[in-house]
Design a protein around this ligand. Structure first.
Ligand SMILES: [Zn+2]
Length: 60
């Protein structure tokens, strides 16, 4: 008596929710706005070449 269909539905909705999308973050070095995809832990600043980690981003 398992609600298999409902489970599948929930899973696909979840996957959609967590599909990556670009976020704008501020480079801590040059303060320019750069893109960081939500599935990436780090990116290189397009402007100054600084390696920006997701947990290093400035939130203001
Ligand atoms: Zn930069």
């Amino acid at each position: 008596m398992k609600a298999t269909k409902a489970e599948f539905k929930e899973k696909s909705a979840c996957a959609e929710k967590y599909s990556p999308f670009p976020e704008f973050i501020t480079c801590p070095k040059c303060r320019e706005e750069i893109e960081l995809w939500t599935d990436e832990e780090e990116t290189v600043c397009f402007f100054c070449g600084y390696k920006v980690f997701k947990n290093e981003r400035l939130t203001n």
